[in-house]
Design a protein around this ligand. Structure first.
Ligand code: AMP
Ligand code: MN
Ligand code: MN
Ligand code: MN
Length: 284
């Protein structure tokens, strides 16, 4: 494969979590968009990987087995990607099962809280929109839009599902330590997803990176579908300064989000070490 520049997109979602394309549909869409190497990184589940892998093999696209783990870090929820994981790892699957159970309880709790502010049927409504094991706030958002409580998913989050709003339930996700242990036990590389999204001060971001590196973390997502040009430059600076590998992924959730497209991403800035060029990347 050397010589030819491959097109990498190392962050995407399917109906196994809160994406709207099936794993097969996602791989087909990535292939059509010119992506050569795609990581399927569903929230807290690896259930889509088998189906995605079968289609990827047929199309000649390299599928990177991934997962995006929800982590509670101080008052925040942060997302840690595991790339090139072995989904058969029992330690990883036990960990993810615990997160799914919390999600199930949280879904009921979100619905109880929404009920108190006059919105009924949200649990059934959200569950009816899931296609896999994972119930996400995104499913609630789609249901609330369909039921006429808001005009967009963005508006639902703002009015109902974030801190201080009626349907907000604080997360009790994995610890950073657990998430990294599961990823490493599964033979994967840990990457801090969309680091600019947490709006951390420089001091706190350096602390997150410091703890992450101490636990064996490998990289940060410098280029993300949700990063501005400024965010990319800032995160490139952190990647270089903290000697972290740089990753690049759209965080694609489906065609309904026209501002995030599969594979349509900026290049990694000069001076960053792409995670796929490093000696730890097994799929050159
Ligand atoms: P959960 O993991 O169930 O708490 O849901 C988090 C997911 O909700 C993220 O992965 C995003 O896909 C989506 N999300 C979070 N915040 C927003 C927002 N403000 N607007 C739209 N989608 C959001
Ligand atoms: Mn999501
Ligand atoms: Mn995320
Ligand atoms: Mn994501």
């Amino acid at each position: 494969m050397s010589g030819m520049a491959l097109h990498y997109d190392l962050h995407s979602h399917s109906t196994a979590s809160d994406g709207t394309l099936s794993p097969s549909g996602l791989v087909q869409a990535a292939h059509a968009a010119g992506v050569n190497v795609l990581a399927l990184t569903d929230h807290d589940t690896t259930d889509g990987l088998n189906e995605a892998g079968a289609v990827a093999t047929r199309l000649g696209l390299q599928l990177v087995a991934g997962v995006e783990i929800s982590v509670s870090w101080q008052p925040l929820t942060v997302h840690i990607l595991g790339l090139n994981i072995n989904p058969g790892c029992a330690a990883l699957q036990d960990g993810l099962e615990g997160l799914s159970e919390f999600r199930d309880w949280r879904a009921e709790e979100i619905a109880r809280r929404l009920e108190k502010s006059g919105i009924g049927g949200a649990y059934e409504g959200a569950c009816a929109l899931t296609r896999g094991r994972i119930v996400s706030r995104t499913h609630f958002a789609h249901y609330l839009v369909a039921a006429g409580h808001a005009v967009s998913v963005r508006e639902v989050f703002k009015r109902f599902l974030v801190h201080g709003k009626p349907g907000f339930v604080p997360g009790q996700w994995a610890s950073l330590e657990d998430a990294l242990a599961w990823i490493r036990r599964a033979g994967g590389l840990a990457v801090i997803a969309h680091p600019a999204r947490y709006r951390l001060t420089a001091t706190r971001l350096r602390r997150l990176i410091g703890e992450f590196k101490e636990l064996g973390g490998a990289g940060i997502e410098v280029v993300s579908g949700s990063h501005t040009r400024d965010n990319i430059d800032t995160m490139a600076m952190y990647a270089r300064r903290e000697a972290l590998l740089a990753s690049r992924g759209s965080d694609y959730h489906g065609p309904e989000n026209p501002w995030v497209r599969l594979g349509e991403l900026a290049e990694l800035p000069a001076g960053c070490r792409p995670i796929w060029d490093s000696e730890v990347w097994p799929l050159h």
